[in-house]
Design a protein around this ligand. Structure first.
Ligand code: ADP
Length: 590
């Protein structure tokens, strides 16, 4: 509404100004024209009077008779009352003046401007104040060769008279003003209505309201074109904005499922966005708990980031994307390792990325250990084989019995080597290529029975009993050879370490929607508590000598654990209160 008034008011005021200027210009022109016309008319009249006077002087031969007084008779005949008629001789001396009787005392008129003009041009005029009457007079002098006739009349073509006479003109101007104002009023109202509509339209578009449904009563003129353009710009903007929102949502969604912690900050170090991992990681790194991403600037471990950001805060750089300044370093906190990366963008906002590299770091360490362990484990049987063979080679006279003994020993070591290599390769396969094992629904009972059958002689040799309490209905989703390995390793261990006359028990003690829960135990000696936490590590043995004696590779339980994990299960170990070792583990149903 405010806009409407202002806009219309301005147009009306402008119109009035223009109209007034126009009227004044017409008035001035008209006045000037009128004045010229009247002056011309006056001059014409005065010229006629001069001519009449001249003819009268000639006719009456006034100069010869010297009867200038007779000119007074002309006064009553003149068309304008109060016309002053003066006759001068060639020297400028006044010989007759219709207003003054005693002309002798009048000063010489030769220098009067109208007389001067008459001398040179035959006639001349001048407008000035009369010293005698103190009124403005129009003087007109005519050169009659042997004298001058000067006539003068009151010059009263003033503005007042003009205004009086031009009353009709003013009525005309006023009517014109009224007419034009009415016309203008309607035109501006119409124009301003269009503009109001356009304004509302633009405002709505600016406020993101749906303008496509708005009243579109615009004619097909420039305003219609503007409206269409606004709609097009609005549509384009809306499309771009929607796309941007989609992309943003995708990005946010992506950031939240990322394993890395990520946060983007403004150049003033205010958080723009941060994912939950970022908060989680800075909580792990900081000793205090916090929920704000901006807290990182108070954590000593992030001092490097702060320095780096401050270094570039004031610098005006314009780098191509691939050369964006960044730093990265590793923070070690307790058992964990975090990789920190900070990138500064061209607008000096920056991003801090935190990734938990504990596993890869540890795995790197483990791989190194494993490689040296494997080398070590391989070396031992190889050295034995080499030793036995060398002894035979270097002692050709060695008794046959002894020779056989050495060969048998070398064979046993080569068997051990084979076992070791089999176990290493199995473990590697489980860890690195678990997906290659074929998984299917499997009745577990026959698998366990196969293992027991396989080891029957050894069990009997130690007078051991194995009780299996797993029903035929227990169907796991698993890989047969891995499940075989699990029970083979567990039972072999019991045979090797539990002792004679002991009993093994295998039972399914629980099940839920997803898992079967099993208990494997023996009634042997168990393991000292301090060894239990490491029992599933590769090559970890409680008693190295004993393990070697029994042909153990130190990989049995590592294989068991990894195989269980591959079946989506869990495994734990403990000593039973009544003696013996107990494993509790789960296997997935599907
Ligand atoms: P190994 O090849 O030496 O048997 P494992 O990983 O199978 O390696 O076992 C690791 C260690 O755990 C063995 O060296 C042994 O000392 C101990 N152990 C395993 N099972 C039992 C058990 N049932 N009773 C006592 N000790 C056991």
């Amino acid at each position: 509404m405010v806009v409407k008034q202002t806009f219309r008011k301005r147009i009306l005021v402008n119109f009035l100004i223009v109209f007034s200027i126009f009227s004044v210009a017409v008035l001035v022109y008209q006045y000037d024209r009128e004045r010229n016309y009247r002056t011309g008319q006056l001059e014409n009249t005065l010229d006629n009077i001069s001519e009449v006077t001249h003819r009268y002087i000639e006719h009456k031969k006034v100069f010869e008779t010297g009867d200038f007084k007779s000119l007074d008779t002309l006064k009553s005949l003149l068309p304008i009352t109060n016309t002053r008629v003066t006759v001068l001789d060639l020297s400028g001396k006044v010989v007759y003046d219709s207003f003054v009787d005693d002309v002798v005392h009048l000063e010489n008129h030769l220098q009067r401007p109208e007389v001067q003009k008459a001398i040179h041009q035959g006639k001349g005029s001048s407008i000035r104040l009369s010293t005698t009457t103190n009124q403005k007079y129009y003087y007109y002098a005519k050169n009659c060769n042997s004298y001058f006739v000067r006539t003068a009349a009151l010059y009263n073509v003033d503005i007042v008279n003009f205004l009086k006479t031009e009353r009709i003109f003013w009525v005309f101007i006023f009517l014109l003003l009224v007419l034009m104002s009415v016309l203008f009023y309607f035109t501006t109202r119409r124009l301003s209505d269009f503009i109001i509509k356009l304004k509302d339209f633009a405002l709505k578009a600016g406020q993101n309201e749906d303008i496509s449904k708005m009243d579109s009563n615009f004619q097909d003129n420039e305003l219609g074109v503007i409206r269409r353009q606004i709609i097009q710009i609005y549509d384009n903007l809306k499309k771009a904005k929607d796309e941007l929102t989609n992309e943003k949502e995708k990005l946010y969604g992506h950031l939240h499922v990322l394993k890395e912690g990520i946060s983007i900050f403004s150049p003033e170090k205010h958080k723009i966005l941060a994912n939950s991992h970022f908060i989680q990681f800075i909580n792990m790194i900081s000793d205090k708990s916090t929920i704000s991403a901006e807290h990182i600037f108070t954590i000593p471990e992030f001092e490097k980031v702060l320095e780096f950001v401050d270094q570039y805060r004031e610098t005006d750089f314009n780098a191509p994307i691939k050369e964006l300044p960044h730093i990265e370093y590793i923070i070690e906190k307790g058992e964990k390792f975090f990789h920190i990366r900070c990138i500064i963008f061209v607008d000096r906002s920056f991003e801090v990325l935190i990734s938990d590299v504990t596993k890869p770091e540890k795995q790197k360490l483990l791989k190194q250990q494993l490689t040296s362990n494997i080398a070590h484990e391989l070396k031992t049987p190889l050295a034995s084989i080499k030793g036995y063979l060398e002894t035979i080679l270097n002692n050709p006279n060695i008794p046959e019995e002894k020779k056989k003994y050495f060969i048998e020993k070398a064979f046993a070591q080569s068997e051990r080597l084979t076992d070791l290599l089999n176990d290493i390769s199995l473990l590697n396969n489980i860890e690195d290529a678990g997906g290659l094992f074929e998984f299917k629904s499997l009745v577990l009972k026959p698998v366990i029975f196969d293992v027991v059958e396989n080891l029957r002689h050894r069990l009997e040799a130690k007078n051991m009993d194995c009780k299996v309490d797993v029903g035929k209905d227990v169907v796991v989703h698993g890989n047969e050879s891995l499940l075989f390995s699990i029970f083979q390793n567990l039972i072999e261990n019991s045979i090797n370490y539990a002792g004679n006359n002991t009993t093994i028990s295998i039972r399914k003690y629980l099940e839920d929607d997803k898992f079967y829960y099993f208990q494997y135990s023996d009634s042997g000696v168990g393991i000292l508590e301090e060894h239990l936490p490491r029992i599933f590590e590769r090559f970890y043995r409680v008693d190295y000598g004993r393990s070697r004696e029994t042909g153990g590779t130190g990989l049995g339980l590592a294989i068991v654990k990894n195989a269980v994990l591959l079946h989506k299960g869990q495994i734990s170990v403990r000593n039973k209160p009544e003696g013996g070792l107990e494993f509790l583990f789960s296997l997935s149903k599907n």
